[in-house]
Design a binder for this molecule. Structure first.
Ligand SMILES: Cc1cc2nc3c(=O)[nH]c(=O)nc-3n(C[C@H](O)[C@H](O)[C@H](O)COP(=O)(O)OP(=O)(O)OC[C@H]3O[C@@H](n4cnc5c(N)ncnc54)[C@H](O)[C@@H]3O)c2cc1C
Length: 322
């Protein structure tokens, strides 16, 4: 059999022989996992350890890839995100019923009691269950240069990067309730703070920290820190900045295509066992909850979705014996 999977070296996916090569014909699997980062690989491990025939499709765009290091993940604090995923993929190799493919799932639909998936490269998969682990994308504000600094000198989360920025002068680029939410947590680690509302302030109360309401034109590296240039040409030097993103977006419309209900906050609605509103479709990781997005939470969700999915399949198989 032509066995094949991918190992991540840095951000490069290198094919290695391992499992049945999927061609353009339809094959039947227990589970198709869409998204192969923290949540998807964790689900794959639980299913692999249950001898489930599962495939993971991944387009290698995990949300934290701009960050040099991942933090607040026990046993891997400070490890580059790509290395954490490479370890996960390496450990999955001991479960031969799991295959990892670098490919984008472009459609997922219900076909009788099963699900039919199609990928960008033309593969067709039929699976008894699906785990959506596709994560979310950050929508950065329209500020020149911000993308280059994102994840390192401009960060979003005190738990991920706060310790590294502690006791340094920082800006908080946020407005309204978002600013109100973020300021006390940043103040816990940094006393030299300025809030940049990037336009007229909508912060609902007066805060004991300075607020600058000017529009921001550009952000760039300056020595060990960053330079922020406002629309009026004035500048501000800081060690770094916290930024509240303009929004989060799904990578794909697969959840909607499958008929999964979304929550008011826009994530895929799941129950306590990570099952969506469509039976046999599970969702885990950032796509399945609106807040406190963390690698550890994605891993926990992935394991739970994998276990719940396996349980459903076990019961289906056992019922046939009756
Ligand atoms: C800049 C930044 C830094 C962060 N740092 C930290 C940190 O230090 N510590 C921490 O705990 N958390 C951190 N986070 C949060 C963390 O990145 C997320 O909580 C975590 O990545 C969620 O994992 P996930 O598996 O749900 O989604 P993701 O990691 O986003 O992975 C989703 C995967 O699905 C793939 N995919 C999407 N659509 C398809 C498709 N149609 N077909 C195939 N594959 C698809 C994507 O390419 C991607 O590989 C950070 C976030 C950001 C933005």
């Amino acid at each position: 059999m032509n066995r094949k999977t991918f190992i991540r070296t840095g951000m490069l996916l290198v094919p290695i022989p391992l499992f049945g090569n999927i061609k353009k014909e339809t094959i039947m699997l227990d589970t198709a996992i869409i998204g192969g980062a923290s949540a998807g690989l964790a689900a794959a491990m639980t299913l692999g350890r249950s001898a489930r025939k599962a495939i993971v499709f991944d387009t290698a765009e995990p949300r934290n890839r701009p960050a040099a290091h991942a933090h607040n993940f026990l046993t891997q604090d400070g490890t580059p995100p790509s290395e954490i995923l490479a370890i996960g993929r390496r450990q999955l190799q001991q479960y031969p019923s799991v295959q990892i493919e670098q490919d984008k799932v472009i459609s997922a639909t219900k076909s009788g009691v099963h699900f039919r998936l199609e990928t960008a490269s033309g593969k067709q998969i039929t699976a008894r269950s699906i785990i959506l682990a596709t994560g979310v994308k950050d929508i950065l504000p329209d500020i020149e240069g911000v993308e280059k600094l994102w994840g390192n000198r401009v960060v979003h989360c005190p738990y991920c990067h706060g310790w590294e920025m502690r006791n340094q002068p920082v800006a908080i680029i946020a407005n309204g309730e978002d600013a109100l939410h973020l300021v006390p947590m940043v103040h816990n680690l940094n006393k030299d703070i300025v809030i940049l509302t990037n336009g007229k302030s909508t912060i609902p109360e007066k805060l004991p920290v300075p607020v600058i309401e000017k529009n921001i034109r550009r952000m760039e590296e300056e020595g060990e820190g960053i330079k922020i240039t406002f629309a009026d040409g004035s500048t501000l030097l800081k060690a770094g900045a916290y930024l509240r993103v303009a929004g989060l977006r799904f990578h794909t419309a697969l959840a909607e295509q499958l008929g999964c209900e979304l929550t008011e906050a826009g994530s895929v609605k799941v129950d306590a066992m990570y099952q969506t509103t469509v039976p046999n479709v599970f969702a885990a990781g950032d796509v399945s909850h609106p807040g406190h997005h963390q690698v550890s939470m994605a891993v926990a969700g992935g394991h739970m979705a994998g276990a719940a999915c396996n349980r459903v399949l076990c019961v289906e198989d056992f019922e046939r014996l009756k």
